[in-house]
Design a protein around this ligand. Structure first.
Ligand code: SAH
Length: 399
């Protein structure tokens, strides 16, 4: 079996060491209960025998009530609250922009402690809503029709930065303490920037926190992870998280998929579908969603639709047709309504649900594939140059 390290190129994994907030305090958001308890013991503020209980209390305040301030944690002694506040932080990414579409879709440009940026999008329905969460700053996959794919990958997000998106959205939607029902943030889709299966450890830890019943409590049935097809990680995703799986298929022939979803050269359609057929927990009640972006003249013919039906045979599946969302300089056009309708009819008549996804938030560049932030990958030399310049400036100031 391929190791994760071997299939993740060029990514700085920073998910295991305790993350620091911008002010140097230790960030608690994103830690497991065990890590939280260990951090309390290590700080010397909590004796080992009380650590588990204190960690559970903190968990409740952080993930059930959404507290950001230790002072409000009235189940802890005042003195302890003060000391915790000096050592630890309960942060969120900063929302440096908050854009609202005419259709109610909302996009936050997030800024993390190191200044890198990513985006997350809330898509409200009448009585519920999904949050589209990013897993990386940028993406390494270079899918030809995706705006995020034109960014160079900057880095993986940490577990705290991933679950922090959910917490930030809840702050804005006023959904603390965790409402038992009637939530406008009812679902999570890992369909923002990045390939979640290339940052699986952090994504997994973040989703486990989001699913925890004594906290944010969003059930695995309301979480969907979308992948372009990192085949060796698919089984683990099912076993460890049991969330719904979506596959960005987008083409039914390897020669076309090699071009538009280049990861196909590594994991071709046959292997991908094999991994799908073996996805743990799959049944007619729990189907895999196959996403299919409609690109004029590329993948949208009736023959393609028929081939799709043939390929999906035996896999409990539904198909989600996504009209291509344009972005500046995009090399494709969206298929005609007529072509999309024909394609959908063929798939539907073969027994698969095949809705056409209504684009949401196009006016604020929040629709599928439109996300892109200004973060760019910097070389080591650049980072060193910047550091040297900062040090020189600081030295000049103190001279
Ligand atoms: N890397 C993961 C997560 C991103 S999900 C994945 O590929 O699945 C984002 C979804 O939007 C994917 O299905 C992606 O293929 C699709 N998409 C990307 N660009 C698009 C565009 N311009 N128009 C419509 N859908 C797009």
């Amino acid at each position: 079996m391929t190791s994760v390290a071997a299939i993740v190129p060029d990514v700085t994994a920073r998910t295991r060491s305790l993350p620091a907030a911008a002010d140097g305090r230790t960030e608690l958001v994103g830690l497991t209960r065990a890590e939280l308890a260990a951090a309390l013991v290590e700080s010397g503020l909590v004796p080992e025998k009380a650590a588990k209980m204190r960690a559970n209390q903190l968990w409740h305040w952080i993930y059930y009530r959404g507290s950001r301030d230790f002072a409000a944690m009235t189940t802890l002694a005042k003195d302890l609250r003060e000391k915790l506040g000096e050592r630890f932080s309960i942060g969120r990414p900063t929302a440096s922009r908050d854009l609202q579409s005419t259709d109610g879709t909302r996009k936050w440009l997030l800024r993390f402690a190191d200044g890198e940026e990513a985006e997350c999008v809330h898509i409200p329905e009448e009585d519920r809503g999904a949050l589209c969460v990013s897993s990386q700053v940028g993406c390494t996959l270079t899918c030809k029709f995706c705006h995020t794919g034109t960014m160079k990958l900057v880095r993986n997000l940490t577990a705290g930065e991933i679950v922090g998106q959910v917490m930030l959205a809840r702050d804005h939607l006023n959904e603390w303490p965790s409402p038992p029902e009637g939530r406008m943030l009812s679902n999570i889709v890992m369909m923002g920037m990045g390939e979640p299966l290339y940052n699986f450890d952090a994504v997994s830890q973040a989703l486990k926190i989001a699913m925890d019943n004594e906290g944010i409590a969003i059930s695995k049935r309301r979480i969907t992870l979308s992948t372009a097809g990192v085949v060796p990680m698919i089984r683990r995703c099912g076993e460890e998280l049991g969330v719904n799986l979506a596959i960005s298929l987008h083409a039914v022939r390897d020669d076309i998929r090699d071009v538009i979803v280049p990861i196909n050269k590594k994991y071709p359609i046959r292997e991908l579908l094999q991994a799908c057929a073996e996805y743990p927990g799959l049944s007619n009640a729990r189907r895999i969603t196959f996403e299919y972006v409609m690109l004029k003249g590329v993948n949208d013919s009736p023959a393609d639709a028929k081939e799709l039906v043939r390929l999906l045979k035996g896999i409990p599946a539904k198909v989600n047709l996504i009209p291509f969302n344009a972005w500046p300089g995009a090399p494709y056009e969206c298929s005609s309504d007529e072509a999309i309708r024909k394609f959908s009819d063929i798939v539907f008549n073969a027994g698969y649900s095949s809705p056409v996804r209504t684009p949401r938030g196009r006016d604020i560049m929040a629709a599928c594939g439109q996300l892109k932030s200004a973060s760019v990958k910097r070389s080591k030399a650049e980072i060193l140059r910047e550091q040297a310049a900062k040090e020189a400036a600081a030295a000049a100031l103190s001279a």
